[in-house]
Structures are given as structure tokens and as C-alpha cells.
Design a protein around this ligand. Sequence first.
Ligand code: SF4
Length: 895
Amino acid sequence: MDAGPRPVRTTCPYCGVGCGVIADVAPDGTAAVRGDPDHPANFGRLCSKGSALADVLTDEGRLLYPEIEGKRAGWDRALELVARRFSETIAAHGPDSVAFYVSGQMLTEDYYVANKLMKGFIGSANIDTNSRLCMASAVAGHRRAFGADTMPCSYEDLEEADLVVLVGSNLAWCHPVLFQRLMAAKEKRGTTIVVIDPRRTATAESADLHLALAPGSDVALFNGLLAHLWASGAADLGFVSGHTSGLDATLRAAEAIRFAEIAAATGLAVPDLVRFYVLFAKTERVVTAFSMGVNQAADGTDKVNAIINCHLVTGRIGKPGAGPFSITGQPNAMGGREVGGLANQLAAHMALEEPADRDRVRRFWRAPRIAERAGLKAVDLFRAVADGRVKALWIMATNPVDSMPEAGLVEAALVQCPFVVVSDVTRNTDTARHADVLLPAAAWGEKDGTVTNSERRISRQRAFRLPPGEARPDWRIVADVARRMGHAPGFDYDGPAAILREHAALSAFENDGARDFDLSGLAGVDDRSYDRLAPVRWPVRGDDSPRLFADGQFYTADRRARFVPTPASPPAVASPEFPLVHNTGRARDHWHTMTRTGLSPRLSAHAAEPAVEMHADDAAPRGILPGTLVELRSAHGRMTGRVTIADGQRKGSVFVPMHWTDQHASSARVDALVEARTDPVSGQPALKSSRIEARAFAAAWHGFAVLRDRPASIPADYWALARAAGGWRVEMAGAAAPPDWTEFARALLPSPASGLLAYHDAASDRHRFAAFDGDRLAGAIFIARAPLAVGRAFLAGGLTTAHQTPAERLRLLAGRAGPDTPDSGAVVCSCFAIGVNQIAAAVTSGGCMSVEAVGALLQAGTNCGSCRPEIRKIIGETARREATPVRLGVHAVGD
Ligand code: SF4
């Protein structure tokens, strides 16, 4: 009998929405992926990244075996070495001389074991996580207001609200399925959406009101709102008097700012301010959802509390369709918080600064050395590595050489650190190259555990394929080291279910309702039930787990929520040397440092090189033209990327996606530019407000190539490498032309069997090369003085098609599809590979003036829906261009 695909329910490993995924595993071990219709986070939907998960189920680039100093080693030897070096360092220099830097990519069970080893057995709290970079300010804000890191909302609240305020959140690109749920709710009940963001993002395009406030003026805006809510009688006096404290001092701080001053501080028009304030005041069901635009700031915690203050004064918290909602970036940022993966937290939402909490955890763990004080937060941790206080560092599942601010200093710190261990899935990352010991970790689809999404929902990740080589789950690697350090009894787990049971039991230990995080209902889960665990929101107490804060009870000593005064910071002083503000964020189809999404041709097609978005008024005086290259410079580093003139970009600000590394570009590590300035309360770095300058990259030549094989090196001052079906596509440029273009081409192209086709135009200095293996393209290279206007999508497609006739080969060398096969342009819809030119043609020739009409004609936007905001934008731009000739500003030259 033919065995059909075996469906395995699991959870997407990318963003904090935490969508349910079904992997249909074929008998040969390959898998197709679809949305889980029964998962309450997504009800079957997936975004472009989730839909392409099967593309990254490859062993390409994997770290397969332990390595010591770059040479393969057995697990025993590698684990012995790690345990010995950490033990020796602790013995010689004390527990605080070692550190772990972990990740929101890890499963809760992995995180729990790492945190237990450091805080309970090594006796230091020097374990911090890359989640410090994305939501530490939300944690600190919650703890100041609620007495615990309690996120009170659910996704249903977004759907049941009448007003949704999105602050510093490009939900359409960063949490696409949640955005789709919100848009569906808007269609159904007419939800009003306000977007507060300096940039007109894809999310802002769909809003009823976009407040493009000046960067860093959020606190002034929400202080003004608080004052308005009070003055206009929108306060819930019963709630304020019965369940809160501290309003008077907070109002005094808020009211110190007058209305005209708010308009001046935020750069917003008074009518827009009034509209927002009145909308908020009169709408009972309001959710204020916020993300990295709030958290990644030097006043991020104050921003969070300024938002929470507005919900407390109106009593709009703990009710359906109302509350402040922190949307997390990573798939398990919440799980990390639950186990105490931040350096200033203890496990199960207990407080490191509370002696009773420390004692409780110590007794539960039977811990020989419980950490007595907060450890080093991420930025300080790497500073301690740099100055030698931390002498042994273990980095798990993250890439700080690219993602930390002042990334150049972080890299230098690793170079001189006496002992660096990296456990990861990927062999070649910018961080892994500095490891003394590399430990191969199991990837998504290869390991079992749980993750918690933004709405506190715990879901299972399940294994459905074998780890390649000798890769192992992180929890097992850490437990094996712990045993070798002499802590066998505390780390004798036989699987992830045992770890979850212990985690749940700790959350229930001496709790009695005093602490928000309570998984007592899972403490007795057996292995079989763990295997079958359905998605569940915490608290899981075995009762009906009521809506948090519905009873007006918080987790402070007097059970009252705290208003927190948030005086607005003075505006940043402009620097003549660095007059621009540098903002960072995500591209739609990539994730973090592209170790996974960079493997997918269809995800790489949407943005194939590092883009720098600028306002025309900033570009023009600097002689920077659309589609050319620009160098960005700060006091800390440099990068080079391709300019997009974006009319939604605020004047004076420059936006750069965060994803490119030395593995994919010559110089595009965006965090090398970012100053390591942190919020004083949360320790979260201000990743969105560095001061920079921009100048045109003086290119003597520009190049584009499609190559079957990844080149060992690229002889160009600027290059960016992206996956294409059947090979790679490369953008290049140089400050000076090489002496011989044919030699240049030979260095990039694989040695072909049937020679090299070449075209040279000496007068215009244009050179083209194509090499074939039989009828297959081995590579093609295009060189010109100006940015190249070749059909990139057509050329990339040439890697997977046969070129049998001389005419077909010459057409490829011409760099343009023939009239019978129009060039589709840069990919907008990754699910159906529909490009910008096709959508524009659907508008101009097909008369499609709505996203639905484009979808009916081309299918674009009809699957995952992630591209629908872009399609809407292209329709608008094309229609405007037809009326008055303007250029499309969002796509690379030649696409
Ligand atoms: Fe994954 Fe996309 Fe869902 Fe986020 S929204 S969890 S990236 S499918």
C-alpha cells in the first residue's frame, strides 16, 4: 500500500505571531509545508516566509560535526573541552568571568536548561539573550506598571477592538499573518487603524491615519494623550481609584507639556493630533500594539509606560478588545522571558533582586550557587568580553557579530576572548568564524520543544526529519556540558518533556496566585501528552485560566497597577558631521541574518541586495541618484547599499534593513554603524536612531552576474550575493576598472565546456560574457559604467532553462527577454513569482485598479497575502505615473 505523506503539526520558527504549520512528510523524507487550519494563531494562514519553509529544509551550509580550532572533533572531546575551560575559568576568576549569550530562536526547554546552569549552578547571572535587542523595554515597562512581565492581550483583542493604534510596528511586513487578521477584522467591523511611525511603511499605507512623528517623540505624543484623556473626562475614575496608584505625579509630568509643544516636539500637524486624541478618548475598545519602534530606543521603557498610562487612566485593560499589546519579534522571545533568560530576571517570572524569590528557586533547583545579583546585559556583556572581564563565552543560536550595535567592537572582542564556543545550525556565519569550539545544533524540523508567541500561547515544535551529521538539540548539548562540570543530578533529563514538566512545576512552586506565570496544569504532563500538547495560553492552572487583569488585580505588593511618570526627553541635538538619523528594521521576506531565508530563491527574489531608503531631499544635495550606490558612515562604522528614493521616508532619516552580513555582501553589516547607546532601565540598545552621514559611492563600473556556482571570492569593491533558482545572482561595482575584463569574467565563471561568449563595446565601456555547459548556462556577466538596465529576473531564470540555439544564447547575452517573453521585473508576490512589471502592466493594460483585480488576473496576492500592501502601492504609483510621468521608487535599477 502506498504510504501517503505523514502530517506533523508544528510551529513556524520565524516571527512572534507563532503560526501553526503542518509539515506533510513524504516517505522519502522530504516535506511540504502548509498552514495549520486549527492553530488559533493563524487558522491556516502563512506569510511568504512561512510558506517558503520547505525551501530551507536543506543540509546546505549546515554545521555537521563538532569542531575544535576549525578541525572536526568527536562530541566527547568537544564537550569535555567546553566543560573543562569553563570550570577552569570559574575556578581561577570566579563565576562572573564566564557568560552565555543565547537567543529567542531557542526552544523554551533549551533556554530553561541554559538559564538553570548559569544562574543556579555556575552562580552568575551572566546569561543574556538577543531578545534584549528586541523587547527588553516592554519587559521593563510591564514590570514597572504591573509588577510582573505580564502581557495582557490576545490576538482576538485586536479583532474585537474598534480602534487599533500601531506604534513603531510595521505589522504588514514583520507580523504579516497578524496584519491579515487585523485587515480582515477591519473589513468586517470597520476597525479604525492609526499607525504611529516616522516612516510610511506598508502598514501605514493601509491605515486610516498615519502619524509620521519625529523619531524619538513618542513619549511626548502619549504624555499629551494622557493629559487630554484626563482633561476631556475620558478617565475611568472608578478603575483609577480602585486599582491604580501614582496618577497625580504622572499627570503632573504629562501636563508639563502644552498642546502646542506636543505638535512642535512630534512634528505633527495639530489637526492630526486632535483627530488621534479624540478618537482614542471616545473609543472604549482600543488596543495599542507596539513593537521595535518603541522598544529599540534610549527611552524605550518610558515609551512603553507612556502607552500603558493611557490604558490605565481609561481602565482599558483586562477587557475584550482593549489593552497595551507588546508584539514580540522572535518566535520564542516570550519563552525566554518565562524561563528567566534575561540577565536581570530569574526563572518563572521571579525577581532576581528579591531574596525570597532567589531562595525559592535555589530550593527548587537544589542549586549549589544561586546568582545573587543581575548579570551583564547584552551590550555590557560584550564590553566585558572586550575588556577581559569575561574570559569564556558560549554563544547559542545567534549571530552577535552582525546583530549587536557597534558590531565591529563585538567582533574585535570575540577575536581576543580567550575561549569562545558557538553552538549553531549554520557553519559559516560571521560569528562562527571566531569560535574556538563549534557545536552543531539541530534545526527547525529536527527537534522537539515548545515556544510561546506574542499572545502568551505555548505551542509545540515537533521533529519530522533527522538532524544531519551529528547535530543535537541545544538542551542536550547544554545538559551534557553541565554533567561534565559536575552537576549531573540537576541535568539528568531524558528528553524535552521532562524539562517542560520541571519548568511548569517551578512556575507553580509556592505560587498560590502571587505570580502571573503559572503552568501548574502542565506540571504533570506525561511524555505522551507532551507529544500531543495542543496550543494553550498561559496561565495554565487547570481552571479556566481567566483573562489577566480582568479583576483589576495586578502583581505589585498592593495589587495595584502603577502609573509611571515619563518626562519627555529633549530632542536629540543634530550633529553637523552626522546630520542624518539611521533607522533599521526588517525586509518583508528575510529573517534576521538570512542564515535560513537566504537559502530560498523565492524569498531572496524580493530584495536581492541591501537597500538604503532615502528621502529625495536628502539624496539630491549629496549627488545621490536613485538606483546608485551609497556609502553610509557613522562614528562607529560604514556600510554600502543600493539607494531607493522613497517618498514615505521621512526627510532627515535613512532606513536600512538589518539582514545583510559578510556572507551576502561586501560591506552591509548595518549594526556596525549603530552606536551602543542603551535604555537606562531595560538595557535595550537604541538601534533606530544612530547619527550618520551618506555620500555617493564613486563607482567607475557596475556589474550584474548570474552564476551557477557560488564564487569563492568576488573581485569588486561592492558586491551583494543572493540565491536564485539554480544558482546565484550578484550585484557588483568598483571604484576602478580591472585591467582586463575577460580575466575578471574568468575569475567568476566556472570553467565551461563550451567556451565563453563575449561582447565588448569599447566606446561605451560595456562588456558582457556568457558561458554554457552544453545547453545550460554556467554564468553570465554584464558590466557598464552606469547601473545596469538588464532584465534581472529574466537572466536569473536563464539558470534553469535550456539554451539550445545560437539565438537563445545571444538573447541571453543581450540581457533582455524578447518581446514574446516580457521581463517580469523584481518579484513582489513570492508565492507565484509575479514581478513589479507584470503588476504595472495589469494596471496600465489590464485596467486592474484594485488588489483583488490584480489577483484575479495574475494570482498575485491570492495565497499568503504578504504582498498585498505592495500591490496596492504599485497600483497607486502606476496610476499616478500614467497621469503624470514619475518614476517608480521602490525597485532596483533594471528590474
Ligand atoms: Fe511565520 Fe509568517 Fe506566521 Fe510569522 S507571520 S509565524 S513568519 S508564517
